[in-house]
Design a protein around this ligand. Structure first.
Ligand code: SF4
Ligand code: SF4
Length: 369
C-alpha cells in the first residue's frame, strides 16, 4: 500500500529525469492519501465513531516544497479532508492566528511544522503551535536542520538586508529604504516581522516530539507519523521517523569499488550520456553525499544520475554532517601530492554549500559569530 507505484516501466525509462522524479513523488503522495483514507474508513466502518484527528500544517522560513508535496495531489486533497480535520494550513486555508490562539491547549492532535525560524513571526507561531498541539513534528529539512535558509548563517541579518536592499547589482533603491517593523498609515499601523539575526531549527526554539527529515520528506515519512497517531503507536519522543540507521549508500544499487578520484565534476559539467548508470557516482567524480546521509528515501537521486545532496541529514552517529562529508570526499582523492590534492579539491566549488547545504544551523559551526 505504501510503495511507489509504476504505471509503465518502459515508458518511464524514456522520460527525462526531472519528470521521473516528479512522477515518483506524485505516486508516493497518492499512496499516502489512499492509505489515510483507507484507515479512516476502516475505523468508522467498525462502528467506532471517533472524532476526526485535528491536524495543522505550518510553514515558517521555507520554500513551500513541503506543502507542494501535499498540494501536488490536486483533487485528492478532498480525501484528506475526509480523514482528518485540517484546522490550520496557511498555504491553502484562510485561518487567522486569533483562531489558533482561541483553541484550548493541546487541542490540535498533530502539527507538522515545516520551515526554519528566520523571523520573529516564525518564532511566535512555533511557540503558539507548541502550546496548542499534542504532538509537534519538525517536518522537513528546514525545521529539522535549517536547510538552505540556514546558509544565511554564513552572514547576519544586517548584511543580508544591506545586500538585498542596497548593494546587489539588481537593486534600484537610491533612498536605501528598508522594510520597517512598524509603519503608521491612515487609520492605524502596518507591521512586518523582524528578521532574526540568524536561522534556528525548530528544535532550537521549542520542544519537538518527532523529526521528519527530507527536502521534502517522502510520502512514507508523512504516513509513518499519521499512522502512528491514528493507531496510538507513537515511537519514543525524540525519534527520527521514516528513516533507517543506514546510509544512502546502503540503499543505493550502484556498483561500489575502491574509490580513486582525480577530478570532481559539477552536475551540469557532465553529459548524462557519459555517466555509467551502474557505477557509483562518486567513483565517476560526481560529488555524492550518500556515504554520510541517513537512509530512508530509497536513494532517489543516484537513481537518476544525481549525486545525493544530503537532504535526509546525518546518518546515525555522525555529529557534524559537513565535517563527515568533507572527510569522505578527501578519502577518495587519488593523489599523495599536496599540490595535486589542492588542485583536485579546488574543483569542489562552494564547499560549505556542498557539505552543509542542509545542516549549517544544526552543525558544530552553527553560524557566523
Ligand atoms: S556514493 Fe552515491 S552513487 Fe556511490 S554508492 Fe553512495 S549513494 Fe550510491
Ligand atoms: S538521495 Fe540524498 S538528496 Fe536525494 S532525496 Fe535521498 S537523501 Fe535527499
Amino acid at each position: 500500500m505504501f510503495t511507489m507505484q509504476h504505471s509503465d516501466q518502459g515508458e518511464e525509462e524514456n522520460e527525462p529525469y526531472y519528470q521521473r522524479l516528479i512522477h515518483a513523488g506524485l505516486n508516493q503522495a497518492f499512496s499516502v492519501l489512499e492509505s489515510l483514507f483507507f484507515i479512516t474508513l476502516t475505523l468508522y466502518g467498525r462502528g467506532r465513531p471517533m472524532a476526526k484527528p485535528k491536524f495543522a500544517i505550518y510553514w515558517a522560513g521555507s520554500c513551500g516544497g513541503c506543502e507542494i508535496a501535499f498540494l501536488d495531489i490536486r483533487e485528492k486533497i478532498l480525501d484528506v479532508d475526509k480523514a482528518v480535520d485540517l484546522v490550520f494550513c496557511p498555504c491553502i486555508m484562510d485561518t487567522k492566528y486569533k483562531d489558533i490562539e482561541a483553541m484550548k491547549d493541546g487541542e490540535i492532535d498533530v502539527c507538522l511544522f515545516n520551515g526554519s525560524i528566520r523571523n520573529e513571526e516564525n518564532l511566535h507561531i512555533a511557540e503558539l503551535l507548541r502550546k496548542k498541539s499534542k504532538v509537534m513534528v519538525a517536518y522537513g529539512s528546514c525545521a529539522t536542520e535549517g536547510c538552505v535558509p540556514g546558509l544565511g548563517n554564513l552572514t547576519n541579518a544586517e548584511e543580508i538586508q544591506k545586500y538585498a536592499f542596497e548593494t546587489s547589482p539588481s537593486t534600484g533603491n537610491p533612498d536605501k529604504i528598508r522594510p520597517r517593523a512598524e509603519t503608521k498609515v491612515k487609520g492605524g499601523k502596518l507591521t512586518l516581522p523582524v528578521m532574526c539575526d540568524y536561522v534556528r531549527t525548530l528544535g532550537q526554539v521549542i520542544d519537538v516530539d518527532y523529526f521528519m527529515p527530507g527536502c521534502p520528506p517522502v510520502a512514507d515519512q508523512i504516513w509513518a507519523v499519521i499512522e502512528a497517531v491514528l493507531t496510538n503507536a507513537l515511537p519514543p519522543k525524540g525519534s527520527v521517523v521514516g528513516v533507517n540507521p543506514k546510509t544512502v549508500c546502503d540503499e543505493c544499487d550502484r556498483e561500489k569499488n575502491e574509490k580513486r578520484v582525480k577530478r570532481f565534476f559539477r552536475p551540469h559539467e557532465v553529459d548524462p550520456k557519459d555517466i555509467d548508470p551502474n557505477l557509483c557516482l562518486l567513483e565517476q567524480g560526481i560529488v555524492c553525499n550518500g556515504p554520510a546521509t541517513r537512509a530512508g528515501c530509497g536513494a532517489l537521486c543516484p537513481q537518476v544520475n544525481l549525486g545525493c545532496r544530503g537532504c535526509y541529514g546525518p546518518a546515525e552517529g555522525i555529529e557534524d554532517m559537513g565535517g563527515k562529508l568533507a572527510g569522505s570526499i578527501a578519502s577518495v582523492i587519488d593523489s599523495d601530492d599536496p599540490e595535486e590534492i589542492e588542485r583536485i579539491v579546488s574543483q569542489i566549488v562552494d564547499p560549505v554549500g556542498t557539505f552543509y547545504r542542509f545542516s549549517l544551523p544544526s552543525s558544530i559551526l552553527g553560524r557566523k559569530v
